[in-house]
Design a protein around this ligand. Structure first.
Ligand code: FES
Length: 125
């Protein structure tokens, strides 16, 4: 059995910002090669480049849900320039840590964020 922090358990029991977004400014998708799970991240970005809203949908495990949930909280209200600087380690740290075998679940969140930012800037995959 994995050992999870209270923060992970909280976001798992009560995930924030789950669901689909209508008319997002950007969409990011990522899949994990490790487990085959998927994540979709939606961003609403205003004219000043501030993330006004973020939502996610995932077929991933509990750690993916917790990572995505806390990621949305980390990026809402921030500028895209600040969001760009968020690392995978920042997500893991915000959760108070993840078991080593579950780090790839948070990597999926970070990759979906990078994909969404590329989508926002019009970079083709
Ligand atoms: Fe697939 Fe966690 S095991 S995302």
């Amino acid at each position: 059995m994995w050992e999870y922090t209270e923060i992970v358990k909280d976001h798992l029991k009560n995930p924030r910002n789950v669901g689909k977004m209508e008319n997002p400014s950007a969409i990011g998708e990522a899949g994990s090669l490790v487990c085959g799970d998927m994540l979709k991240l939606y961003l609403k970005i205003d004219d000043n480049g501030i993330v006004q809203d973020a939502k996610f949908q995932t077929f991933g495990c509990g750690s993916a849900i917790a990572s995505s949930s806390i990621l949305t909280e980390m990026i809402i209200g921030k500028s895209v320039d600040e969001v760009k600087k968020i690392t995978n380690q920042d997500i893991v740290d915000a959760l108070g840590g993840l078991p080593p075998a579950k780090i790839h679940c948070s990597v999926m969140g970070h990759e979906a964020l990078e994909d969404a930012l590329n989508n926002y800037y019009g970079v083709e995959p």
